[in-house]
Write a protein that binds this ligand. Structure first.
Ligand SMILES: [Zn+2]
Length: 471
């Protein structure tokens, strides 16, 4: 049997986004798999870059001058930064063709459980869009809160400011289904065949998203489940706001009648005659809490965002003979990861810890944010060849701005460096001076030297397009 080889290409989308192209080859056989294709924004520059990426994929789908359709497209979750290219480059993907698409059970229109969840999500995103509009119309509101909500709505392709019809991931999903000859909705516990290969050569294990509501909605890491406790605490408050919103009916409760300051003592905020010398006095600014509650709206937006991330389709590819695994987790968050150990595998010989032990390539979840890699499982990725691929671009405005998103999360990145022996491949090429891909290595540092040699041997860095080969 010829040796099976997997070449993984991480396309530089130039902002927040994922686009991974896998080529499995063995002798004459070749199977092409695309996992996600999208970037956060829909502006002219983003569209141009994403189209160039689609054109490059097309050049890799040519066999002796003939175009071979992509064998399989895997769509992990309905966020713009993973799906937008199926809108921007619809014509290019049509000209290539797609044989199969794998989506998660959550995308299955025939699944009642999935349909209920999708309806709830749509409701919440609409509500958020309304909150954004209301904020815009309120005078004196903290603009930062408003813009942050818009940032998050960007994942759904909603751009209120542009006043344009949104390019939503839903449209991308429609296009992907339309172009694909066959669509399969995958469930956790399934072990699937990759077109063109037998299960003796190559297997795909479906790990997430969980069918269990409890875990599907569990996006908030508990103790020991995150590398950044501050952020996870912030996430927990989102739940409180959600509950407050659903209980808010703008009426005075019976208990309020007994509060120390009753209605006769109230003063409207715009009674400047009353408040100019006191509450609105410059030196008293620290007392002003009028808009602090709006921060909660941002948390709510984060909640919605995290929920969609948690719905990611998670796939582990196993090169059976070599006993090596490539793990693609989309943007799966805590609950999704936690559910993997509950999976009732169709093949009883499957074990999660073995899959993790065999992992030689980990596509880091959610652009290396703090709560999309479960420490307990990362610690089990002990293979000496482990390499991490991170689709992060720190020039992205959401990351670069003051108080921006913490990607890559400091503690997680540090641990990844340790576990991989600094064998990290980044979409933005921003390697530290200690990376084996940059600078001169201390001669005595044989461990790193070896990592450099083997990494270079497996890596093609061409015009920022990074390919890594596992065999
Ligand atoms: Zn993402």
């Amino acid at each position: 049997m010829d040796k099976l080889q997997a070449k993984v290409t991480m396309y530089p989308v130039g902002e927040l986004g994922d686009c991974f192209f896998l080529e499995f080859t063995s002798g004459e056989k070749k199977t092409r798999v695309l996992i996600d294709s999208g970037s956060f924004r829909n502006g002219e520059q983003s569209v141009r870059r994403m189209r160039a990426i689609a054109e490059d994929i097309k050049t890799h789908c040519s066999d002796q001058g003939e175009i071979s359709p992509i064998d399989l497209v895997i769509g992990t979750h309905q966020h713009n930064d993973h799906y937008s290219n199926f809108v921007h480059s619809k014509d290019i993907f049509e000209s290539i063709g797609i044989k199969n698409a794998w989506l998660s059970w959550l995308d299955d229109p025939g699944d009642k459980h999935a349909a209920d969840i999708a309806a709830g999500e749509r409701k919440l995103s609409k509500k958020l869009s309304m909150i954004g509009t209301n904020l815009q119309n309120m005078i004196g509101v903290n603009k930062q809160v408003e813009s942050r909500i818009d940032d998050i709505l960007g994942f759904y392709g909603l751009d209120r400011a542009a006043g344009k019809a949104p390019i939503t991931p839903l449209e991308a999903l429609r296009n992907l289904k339309e172009i694909s000859k066959a669509v399969y909705y995958a469930n956790p516990g399934e072990i699937l065949e990759i077109p063109g290969f037998s299960q003796q050569e190559l297997k795909a294990y479906i790990l997430g998203p969980p069918r269990d509501n409890e875990l599907l909605f569990d996006i908030n890491p508990g103790k020991g489940e995150s590398y950044d406790k501050h952020l996870s605490e912030a996430m927990n408050t989102a739940d409180g706001f959600l509950s407050a919103l659903s209980n808010f009916n703008n009426t005075v409760t019976e208990e309020e009648a007994f509060f120390p300051f009753n209605a006769t003592q109230e003063r409207p905020l715009n009674d400047l005659e009353f408040s100019n010398g006191s509450y609105h006095e410059k030196s008293q600014a620290w007392r002003q809490i009028d808009y602090d509650w709006l921060d909660q709206a941002e948390r709510l937006a984060l909640y919605l965002d995290s929920f969609t991330n948690n719905s990611s389709l998670v796939v582990a590819f196993e090169l059976v003979q070599a006993q090596k695994v490539l793990l693609f987790v989309g943007d799966a968050q805590t609950g999704n990861w936690l559910s993997w150990k509950e999976i009732d595998w169709k093949d009883k010989n499957t074990s999660l810890s073995q899959l993790l032990n065999k992992t030689v390539l980990y596509k880091v979840g959610h652009h290396c944010s703090h709560n999309a890699t479960l420490p307990e499982y990362l610690e089990q990725m002990t293979h000496p060849e482990l390499v991490a691929m991170i689709p992060v671009d720190i020039s992205d405005a959401n990351i670069a701005k003051q108080g921006g998103w913490r990607m890559p999360a400091v503690n997680l990145y540090k641990r990844l460096k340790e576990l991989t022996g600094n064998r990290i491949l980044r979409m933005d090429g921003q390697y530290g001076p200690d990376s084996p891909l940059q600078g001169e290595l201390a001669e005595q540092n044989w461990g790193l030297q070896h990592a450099l040699v083997s990494l270079r041997a497996h890596t093609e860095l061409k015009d920022e397009i990074i390919s890594y080969t596992v065999s």
